[in-house]
Design a protein around this ligand. Structure first.
Ligand SMILES: Nc1ncnc2c1ncn2[C@@H]1O[C@H](COP(=O)(O)OP(=O)(O)OP(=O)(O)O)[C@@H](O)[C@H]1O
Length: 462
């Protein structure tokens, strides 16, 4: 029979005990170390990858109060709480052993032991030790991934007075527990701001969990947000935590909150009020402790009046409301965005010699940017890719939408008599025609996510 790959340390001052334990365990496990003096623990913990330590409770002749065993148990746990400690105790010291479990021992083995029970206890301990190690690994992986995502979002750009006001407000509210509702058109940077609030908050050591309500189908909302128990519905093949649980100790960002169906709005309200969640199909409630942030580009106040959004929920989520102005209303920021993305993409596409003239920057400053910052990002990326000389040229950009200030341009005339919704509909239609219904290409051109474009197609019946 193949041995289990594990290192077990046994410490007991009785050489007979050590010998018989070693004879039994070495048939099962790849490495079994025995020591009679617990003082060697420190050195062994640093030199060996220990999975389980089996520790006697008493070491000095005549002493059987178990104090030494308890001391070493606490000591091991303070150095590495992933190592599973199993205590060995003689008949009559069971009460002591039970106390040791309160101090973090995994279990105890009564001397003299039966081999079967001894092995079963060690195997169970080993399983826990493996789980502890896996959790540690996942925590580290999670930290690296979160860091990578945060880097992808980059620095906060916005020297315009409008953005300075926004940043000033978040500086004040980020360290509080207040729920924040971020408003703004698509691509204005709502998620970017939510991440900045998380960074400045007291929850910044925890995860940032983003839920795009616009991308969830109606029957998935509940289980995504609150989790489910195995068997709660046909596809629930295993227990699964919801996003509320995943955000524990961090921030839960519910994006496009306006997309939450009415019946779930009341459930969300109860969860936020009680700060408790229960998984679908499960009776027990779990407390949650996470910062809640919300965002939408929907006119929630109008929706309340139309009965599409619950007023009590709106009051709960908008303790502080922050509106990010569209980019056309903070033209002072355009140049910084252009240069930021220009540097990013010329590095990415290995065009380090490429330059951008002030004429091109001025041209870009005049553009209306209906897709806001995301449109700048995509426009510059496309421009850098299409450029072939040393300098970005006008023709590398395909700016066909309204130009601010270009009063005699035909595109302005075309939009002159339309309201914002009609212009949006026209732009969406144009992009869809141009790309023959290809959602990804049209979304990219408009500076929208696919989900955001789908919502508009639905809204305008296109
Ligand atoms: N102030 C800013 N500084 C730097 N980058 C920004 C800023 N605002 C937005 N961005 C960048 O613009 C892109 C779009 O921003 P984001 O996804 O936060 O917008 P959004 O309002 O949440 O969009 P949507 O409503 O479509 O979900 C992201 O790449 C983001 O990093």
């Amino acid at each position: 029979m193949a041995k289990i790959n594990a290192t077990i340390l046994i410490i007991d001052d009785d050489e007979d005990v050590l010998l018989s334990a070693k004879l039994l365990l070495k048939k099962q496990y790849s490495k079994v170390i025995t020591r009679s003096d617990p003082k060697e623990i420190n050195q062994l913990i640093s030199s060996e990858q220990l999975d389980v330590i089996v520790l006697d409770m008493n070491y000095r002749i005549g002493f059987n109060d178990g104090k030494e065993g308890m001391y070493w148990l606490k000591h091991i746990r303070s150095i590495n709480s992933n190592i599973v400690v199993i205590l060995m105790t003689a008949y009559g010291e069971v009460e002591l052993a039970v106390n040791s479990i309160k101090e973090g021992a995994f279990d105890f083995i009564l001397k003299p032991w039966t081999n079967e029970k001894f092995l079963a206890t060690i195997n169970a301990g080993l399983e826990l030790s493996r789980k502890n190690q896996k959790i540690d690994l996942l925590k580290s992986t999670n930290e690296v991934l979160s860091d990578n995502i945060a880097r992808k979002f980059g620095p906060m750009i916005g020297k315009s007075s409008a953005m300075q006001n926004v940043l000033n407000t978040i500086g004040k509210v980020a360290p509080t527990d207040a729920s924040i509702l971020v408003l703004g058109e698509n691509g204005t940077g709502k998620q970017h701001l939510a991440r900045e609030i998380h960074r400045l908050s007291n929850f910044n050591k925890g995860p940032f969990i983003h839920v795009d309500m616009g991308a969830l189908s109606e029957n998935l909302f509940e289980s995504e947000l609150f989790g489910h128990k195995k068997g709660a519905f046909t596809d629930a093949h295993e227990d699964k935590p919801g996003r509320f649980e995943m955000a524990e100790g961090g921030t839960l960002f519910l994006d496009e909150i306006g997309n939450l169906p009415l019946n779930l709005q009341s459930k969300l309200l109860t969860v936020i009020q009680d700060r408790k969640v229960s998984r679908l199909g499960e009776g027990t409630e779990r407390n949650f402790n996470a910062r809640l942030l919300f965002a939408t580009n929907a006119p929630l106040n109008e929706w309340v009046a139309e009965g599409k959004f619950r007023q009590d929920l709106l009051f709960r989520i908008n303790t502080v409301e922050i509106e990010i102005p569209p980019l056309r209303d903070r033209v002072e920021d355009v140049e910084d965005f252009v240069l930021h993305y220009f540097n990013e993409f010329k590095n990415k596409y290995n065009k380090k010699e490429l330059i951008i003239s002030s004429e091109i920057v001025d041209m870009l400053k005049e553009h209306h940017w209906p897709g806001n910052v995301r449109e700048v990002q995509h426009t510059i990326e496309r421009g850098v890719i299409l450029s072939d000389g040393k300098e970005l040229k006008r023709e590398n950009f395909n700016l066909t939408t309204v130009k601010v200030g270009a009063t005699n341009s035909s595109s302005v005339a075309e939009f002159d008599n339309l309201n914002l919704n009609e212009i949006e509909k026209l732009l969406v239609q144009k992009a869809m025609d141009k790309h023959q219904g290809n959602i990804s290409k049209a979304a990219k051109e408009l500076g929208l996510t696919r989900a955001a474009l789908y919502r508009r197609l639905e809204k305008y019946n296109l």
